[in-house]
Design a protein around this ligand. Sequence first.
Ligand code: NI
Ligand code: MN
Length: 229
Amino acid sequence: MARLTWHGHATFTLETDQGHRIMFDPYLDDNPRADIRVEDVRKLDFILVSHGHFDHFQDAIPLAKQTGARLISTYEIVSFCQTQGLQNVHALHIGGGNHFDFGYAKMTPALHGGQVHGDTEGAFTTVPGGWWLDLKGGKRLYYAGDTALLTDMQLLKGKVDVAVLPIGDNFTMGPEDATRAVEFIEPRVVLPMHYNTWEAIEQDPNGFRDLVGDRAEVVILDPGDSYNF
Ligand code: NI
Ligand code: MN
């Protein structure tokens, strides 16, 4: 059984069938909806960073140093992390994937901003991404990251069991565009993220569920809740 736990905003912990623990976009200590803090995280094997905005990256380096987890992201974000003293890293880039202990991880395109939080000179500005994971045992997960609706998402059709999509609008897709993404991808299950953290991204996830209808099962979590698949 794989288990995906939401920590509010875009932060999730994935525990794989084999027991690997992977965190997506750690944003805990300043996240108004987080159920845990950085200091609560003891065992972590990998940290996947979709892009460098503070609400996805702010706690990644402290968490990597605390747990020894390997940080995986774009070449630019990884290079920035190395300037901050992080050694256990892996760089890849959009369209490229690699085999890790938990399975195959590929960076998918995202249309969004490329600033890297903490990079005061802007030297590491990069292209944001998302993740397509083909976990050992065959479960496939798409974590879109922060992105606009992309027609490229159609290329994921037939390749995704669980899709994690932003629905907050304002900075990313809103519920209507996320519904079009579901039409493109045809996942079995959708988990909405990146909403109700701040006023600008307030959304009713039940409204998103109504829009999706019978195209997919929409699983709505509260921070701290898990979905098993
Ligand atoms: Ni962002
Ligand atoms: Mn964001």
